[in-house]
Design a protein around this ligand. Sequence first.
Ligand code: PLP
Length: 476
Amino acid sequence: MTDEGGSFHPLRLDAPREEVLARAAGLIGDAWRSFDHARPEEPPLDERLGALLGAALPERPSPALEALGDAARILDESIAQPRPRYFAYIGSSGLEIGAVADALAACYDVNLAVYAAAATEIETQAVRWLAEFVGYPAGFGEFTSGGTVSNTTALAAARERALPGTRLEGMGGIRAAVYCSQEAHYSVARAVEVLGIGSRHLRALPIDGQRRLRPEAVAGAIDRDRADGIMPVAVVATAGTTLTGAVDPIDSLADVCAERGVWLHVDGAYGLPAAAVPSRAHLFAGLERADSVSIDAHKWLYLPKACGVVMVRHTRDLVSAFAHEQGYLPHQGRALHAVDTTLEYSRPFRALKVWLAFRAHGAAAFREAIERNLHQAELLYQEVARHDDLEALAPPQLSTVPFRHVQAGVVDPSAHNAALADALQADGRVYVAAAEVDGAAYLRPCFVNYRTTDEDVLALVDVVREVGGRLAGGGR
Ligand SMILES: Cc1ncc(COP(=O)(O)O)c(C=O)c1O
């Protein structure tokens, strides 16, 4: 882009700024149109891409518009979660206004490591809006790259409260423990490892018939550890497990924690947005009693990655864990920099997309979209029940519905369903992954995309039965 301000610098493009922008806007429009409906298959990587992949580091420039076209081709040949029949893992939707916010924020490239005037104030407001949306009385919160960093941040604060001074002295042989369900997300184990507590001291405890952490198991484990001289650091309640969407009983866990003076963290990275809708709010009773909470806007709030939020009841807990003084960041008149409460240093202006999305759509539209996904999970569960060759694990608690293909004559249903997930991905009409539940492979669709329609849910059932039947040798 020539510098239309007239100054000369080495990083100029060969096309005028407005032309590059117009082309980029056209490509974004193409992408959005292509996400409006499912496509019949995932395209194979083509020859042009093959040639690009073989290219060495370019010393000389290519025409900017040609390079942009290639970038669009790469994206089109990538597996994109915003497509309406992407049901694997916990996807995201790349909400359009969120993508626009990201483009704008990237232009200004504000750094939220330190006070950034309006951006800092909007980050505070966006946290407040999110807290209000899910009903958590946050004293403070901040944007992170996602659930992993949010959980680590919260557990760092919990460790410092349980063992003051550990951030300076290290664990020095102190034995400490964290308690969670056996189906908590791996990021909890990772946090415990990097915090020096050690994943051997992560008590991954038994679950009940609805796959929820048992409060009495937590109470017993804490009491046993205390008797053995092991310091309990935190209990992690998962509000929407990654595997099945189970919501741990937050209120009862809060009782266990309150009686024992232990930090309660709620990992709502996936499920917490459902606390905002009337049909599921009761599952999250007691949320207001948690010391900290994680929620990912890049999951069930439809925004583009990476956009997590960690909230705490008391600001001082994050300050105790992260505040510091460095010559290159003197505090001067300002009491705290953002880096005095965050794990990250440089942070992009992630809050803008949440703020703009709530402004442009209103909270009611988000509640409606979440209810629609919950309805789609119910619809899938009912459809599965209608067919003899399908079997669901259990009624959905949120928007995840593990189920499997169970055609007569299949000797090893687990191997069959693992192979079926591969076959479905190769087929390309729907994208679903396998997951292991109680040692058996299930297909595990999760509905967190606002573009998914009921028709897409019915298509999932049809394609699974067709491909599953063929794979089992029976055809259909
Ligand atoms: C319950 C839960 N916690 C944490 C995470 C990790 O989130 P991220 O991938 O944003 O780091 C996930 C991811 O799926 C999750 O489901």
